[in-house]
Design a protein around this ligand. Structure first.
Ligand code: GDD
Ligand code: MN
Length: 366
């Protein structure tokens, strides 16, 4: 049998999906036939050895390829990685956990090839779809609001704008990549809203299954991710989303700082030095935890040892920021700037420093 030309890449972002890969390959092959497609496993250095499992499978099956990313995280950026790594003219993104039925792939591909749509989306909420194997009423309730926001953002009527299962032409995806934030997991929404005009969409009702093995990584992230995305599209060019989050967390930290300081001063009756020291430590830890949970939720640090190392690193980077803060503020003040303005400038410079350093050294690669 001669091999069909490569037509479709199935991008599987993975985080601890080791046991799900082999059976998924079989289901994909059963749906698409022997040739004409490839699977790209984009793994973020999963602790369970998903990347090694993918390589082991790939040695016996040259339709499988692996991208193992170290020091980077995120479903959206994994999908982008896939678009940019394939030679296939069409790309699909889907969960590796068997929640997305590969049986839809041929219909989605045919529809795109026939020019019926720019994007084929497997929808959990289109007519004929079902989510009965998957009980999560909180998510369904959320999707009502999400859908109306999404309509504004994309100009398209969608029943499931947060779907993680969709297909489009790879070159269109790549052309949109420079405009994507790559943050979080709402990659479909990002693509649709980055396009110049409304994209032509066709939805395919999906029977959303229960996860086969392992656990969901996206619980409760949806509402937050959505708001971050909305911000990104509106003010993101002016002040980057992450910096805005970092700054907001920092401002909350100032309130915590004052509260602790007041408590030590007036409740415990201790001196200012003790109060200030306690306040700095509490506020820094507060900021670290909140930034880890929100600002960097897509590359969150987990586990006691990792958290401790991250916390130490954060305190260290903050002290560099504090030095910059004091230097700038006192310089300006000595030039006769109004004290509050001098202090504010110091805070601004300090937080840019903190942001730059911690995004690289605490949540980044090193
Ligand atoms: N590389 C990489 N990096 N993969 C990731 C990451 C990450 O940071 N986080 C999750 N994944 C992988 C998972 O291993 C899985 O294959 C897929 O991305 C989706 O993650 P799940 O943990 O299965 O998400 P879910 O089932 O809770 O969320 C579903 O609904 C969302 C919207 O409600 C998925 O269908 C999502 O795609 C969808 O956006
Ligand atoms: Mn899933």
């Amino acid at each position: 049998m001669s091999a069909a030309p490569l037509e479709l890449a199935i991008i599987l972002p993975t985080l601890n999906e080791r046991g799900n890969l082999a059976p998924l390959m079989e289901r994909i092959a059963a749906s698409l036939g022997e040739t004409g497609w490839e699977v790209l496993v984009v793994d973020d250095n999963s602790a369970d050895g998903t990347a090694d499992e993918a390589r082991a499978l790939a040695r016996g099956d040259n339709r499988i390829r692996v991208i193992q990313r170290i020091g980077r995280r995120g479903l959206a950026s994994a999908a982008i990685e896939g678009f940019c790594a394939t030679a296939a003219p069409f790309s699909a993104v889907m969960d590796a956990d068997h929640q997305h039925d590969p049986a839809l792939l041929p219909q989605m591909l045919e529809s795109l090839k026939a020019g019926e749509a720019d994007v084929a989306i497997a929808s959990r909420f289109a007519d004929g779809a079902s989510t009965k194997d998957w009980a999560d009423p909180e998510r369904e309730r959320l999707s009502g609001l999400a859908n109306s926001l999404a309509r504004r953002l994309t100009g398209v009527e969608l029943t499931d704008p947060m779907s993680g299962y969709f297909m489009l032409r790879s070159d269109i995806a790549r052309a949109l990549v420079p405009r994507l934030s790559g943050i979080g997991f709402k990659i479909l929404l990002d693509l649709l809203s980055a396009a110049d005009g409304p994209m032509r969409v066709r939805e395919f009702p999906l029977n959303f299954a229960a996860r086969r093995e392992g656990e969901s990584k996206l619980d409760r992230a949806i509402a937050f991710d959505f708001l971050a995305g909305l911000y990104d599209k509106t003010f993101g060019r002016l002040i980057p989303t992450r910096f805005a989050l970092f700054g907001t967390v920092g401002a909350a930290g100032v309130i915590v700082h004052m509260a602790v300081l007041a408590l030590v001063l007036f409740w415990f009756g201790e001196g200012f030095v003790y109060g200030q020291a306690a306040a700095v430590i509490v506020a820094m830890s507060f900021n670290f935890i909140l930034n880890n949970a929100l600002t960097y939720r897509d590359q969150r640090l987990r586990g006691a040892a990792t958290m401790l190392r991250g916390w130490l690193g954060f305190c260290l980077t903050c002290s560099v920021g504090a030095l910059a803060n004091i230097a700038v503020a006192s310089l300006l003040e000595s030039y006769g700037a109004f004290w509050m303005l001098a202090a504010l400038s110091g805070i601004l410079v300090g937080s840019v420093w903190n942001y730059a350093l911690s995004s690289r050294f605490v949540w980044g690669r090193y």
